[in-house]
Ligand binder design. Structure first.
Ligand SMILES: *[C@@H]1O[C@H](CO)[C@@H](O)[C@H](O)[C@H]1NC(C)=O
Ligand SMILES: *[C@@H]1O[C@H](CO)[C@@H](O)[C@H](O)[C@H]1NC(C)=O
Length: 339
C-alpha cells in the first residue's frame, strides 16, 4: 500500500520522524492570470486555479514583489505560507460540443475547504515514515514551473517524472497512476498529482523557461534517494500538489463521446492529459519553511501557525479578468481550441 493511501486509511496520527508537511489550501481565485509565463498580461492565455497568499497578481516581479510583505492572508492552513501554487482547470466537453468546468473537491479530513489543493513538502519519499534527509528550503524570489503545456504524447511526457492522474474509485485510491487522463469514469473523481523537481543550481531563483534552474536527480528518483547532478547540486524539499477534480456530475457513460474516448480537457485545450503542468512562486515568511523541514515534524509542525478552514476560505483576490468560466460554454476561456 502506498503511503498516501495509508494516510487516507488511517487518518492523521502521532508524529514519527522529521520533515514532512501535508496541508490543505482552499481556492484563492480562478482566473486567466499567469504571473510566471504571461507576466503583466490580463488576461493570460488559459484559465488557472490558484491557491495561497493574496499578493497574487498578474505581475509578481521576483525582485520588487515581496510576497510575505504584500500578502494580508493565505488560503493555506499554515499562515506563514504566502506562496502561490497553480494549475490549469479541468473541463468536461459535452457531446454537443459545449464545456463545463469540473469542480474541485476537498480531501478527507479537510471537508469544508472550498476547492483548492493539498500541498506536501517532503525531505524523503512520501511512504518513508522516517523523513531524515537534509534539504535546503527555497529562497525569496524563487519560482519554477513543471510540465509543458504543448505536450500531447507519452514520449514527451516522460521528460517530467511523476506528473500523474489517479482514477479514484473511493477516497483512499492512490494507484495506479497514469500519465494520461483516465479512460473510464472515476466514481470518486480524478486526482491530478504534480511533483516538482528537487535539485537546484544554487544560484538562479528563476530561468527563462522557469525550469532550467532546477533538475531531477541524476540517477534514480527523489523517492529512491537519487543524487542531484553536479550542475544542480542543492537538494530541495519535494513539493507535491494533489488536486481532486470532482467528476461525479459527468460520470454517466451515455454523456461520453460515442467513439469511446474520454470527455475531459484541460483549460489549455489538451484532451490527452500529457500537457499537465503546475507553477510555484515561493513566499514563506522568514525561515519558517526551513525550520519546519529541519525539525522532527510529521504532517504538521508545532513551530508553524495554523488557521481554520473557514478562515482559509475567506482569503481571496479581486476578479481582474471578469469573464464567465462557469456556465456551459461554447468555447474554452480565451477561445482555446481543443488541439
Ligand atoms: C495588482 O497589481 C495592480 C497593478 O500594479 C495593483 O493596482 C493592484 O492593487 C494589485 N492587486 C492586488 C490584489 O495586490
Ligand atoms: C449541451 O449539453 C449539455 C449537457 O448535456 C447541456 O446541459 C447543455 O444545455 C447543452 N447545450 C446546448 C446548447 O444544447
Amino acid at each position: 500500500m502506498k503511503w498516501s493511501s495509508f494516510i487516507a486509511a488511517n487518518g492523521l496520527f502521532a508524529p514519527i520522524h522529521a520533515g514532512l508537511l501535508r496541508f490543505g489550501c482552499s481556492r484563492l481565485t480562478v482566473q486567466r492570470l499567469d504571473p510566471l509565463v504571461n507576466p503583466g498580461q490580463i488576461p493570460s492565455t488559459h484559465l488557472h486555479q490558484i491557491i495561497g497568499g493574496d499578493s497574487f497578481n498578474a505581475s509578481m516581479d521576483a525582485k520588487s514583489h515581496d510576497i510575505p510583505k504584500l500578502s494580508t492572508c493565505t488560503t493555506c492552513q499554515f499562515t506563514e505560507d504566502l506562496s502561490n501554487y497553480w494549475t490549469a482547470v479541468l473541463y468536461f466537453k459535452a457531446k454537443n460540443g459545449t464545456f463545463k468546468r469540473v469542480p474541485q473537491r476537498a480531501q478527507q479530513g479537510m471537508e469544508g475547504t472550498q476547492g483548492g489543493m493539498v500541498v506536501y513538502y517532503m525531505t524523503d519519499a512520501l511512504f518513508e515514515t522516517q523523513q531524515k534527509s537534509k534539504v535546503t528550503a527555497f529562497k525569496p524570489g524563487f519560482r519554477m514551473l513543471v510540465g509543458e503545456v504543448a505536450y500531447r504524447d507519452r514520449e514527451q511526457a516522460r521528460d517530467f517524472r511523476q506528473l500523474t492522474y489517479i482514477c479514484m474509485q473511493n477516497e483512499g485510491t492512490r494507484e495506479p497512476e497514469t500519465l494520461h487522463f483516465p479512460t473510464k469514469p472515476c466514481p470518486a473523481g480524478i486526482m491530478a498529482n504534480h511533483r516538482f523537481p528537487t535539485c537546484w543550481d544554487g544560484v538562479n531563483l528563476d530561468s527563462p523557461n522557469h525550469r532550467d534552474h532546477v533538475a531531477y536527480p541524476q540517477t534514480g528518483t527523489f523517492e529512491s534517494g537519487g543524487k542531484c547532478p553536479s550542475t544542480h547540486p542543492v537538494r530541495l524539499p519535494q513539493i507535491l500538489l494533489e488536486t481532486v477534480w470532482d467528476t461525479k456530475a459527468f460520470n454517466n457513460k451515455a454523456d461520453w463521446p460515442a467513439d469511446g474516448s474520454q470527455p475531459f480537457v484541460w483549460s489549455s485545450g489538451d484532451a490527452t492529459g500529457y500537457s499537465t503542468h503546475a507553477d510555484y512562486v515561493f513566499g514563506w515568511k522568514d525561515d519558517s519553511l526551513q525550520k519546519a523541514m529541519d525539525a522532527n515534524n510529521y504532517v504538521s509542525a508545532p513551530t508553524l501557525k495554523t488557521q481554520t478552514i473557514a478562515q482559509q476560505n475567506k482569503c481571496q483576490v479581486p476578479d481582474m479578468v471578469k469573464e464567465d468560466f462557469d456556465s456551459w460554454l461554447t468555447k474554452l476561456p480565451g477561445d482555446i481550441m481543443v488541439h
